[in-house]
Design a protein around this ligand. Structure first.
Ligand SMILES: [Zn+2]
Length: 72
């Protein structure tokens, strides 16, 4: 959220003028925070966990089919 130093308040991006200035006091607003933060890369242990989960659920699915097949 952009911060207005003069008003000492946060301003919604829609509350700014087209020039990126505060609509209330018409002064410069710090729009550095307007930039979308770079997406953080998923850590390796998260990918490992997802891979393990896929393997586990895949195995349980095969087990499930084997269980169903054993009933007929
Ligand atoms: Zn202002």
């Amino acid at each position: 959220m952009p911060w207005c130093d003069s008003c000492d308040e946060y301003r919604a991006p829609s509350a700014l003028t087209v020039d990126g200035q505060c609509a209330t006091c018409d002064s410069e607003v710090d729009v550095a925070d307007l930039a979308v933060p770079a997406p953080t890369k998923a850590p390796w242990h998260f990918k490992l966990m997802v891979a393990a989960l896929v393997l586990y659920l895949g195995w349980r699915l095969i087990e499930g089919f084997a269980w169903i097949a054993a009933r007929f």
